[in-house]
Design a protein around this ligand. Structure first.
Ligand SMILES: [Zn+2]
Length: 44
């Protein structure tokens, strides 16, 4: 799941699976779809 978060006066989108931050929601959503299928230990 992608979580919207405010940091440094900017909006970020965080992957709940691995904690990666994205500045584009579309990037976060795309990552999250792949992240769901992979082991948590594998971080791109
Ligand atoms: Zn992820």
């Amino acid at each position: 799941m992608v979580v919207q978060t405010e940091r440094d006066d900017a909006t970020w989108y965080e992957c709940e699976n691995c904690g990666l931050l994205f500045d584009e929601k579309s990037d976060a959503s795309e990552h999250e779809q792949r992240c769901d299928d992979t082991e948590p230990s594998y971080i791109q």
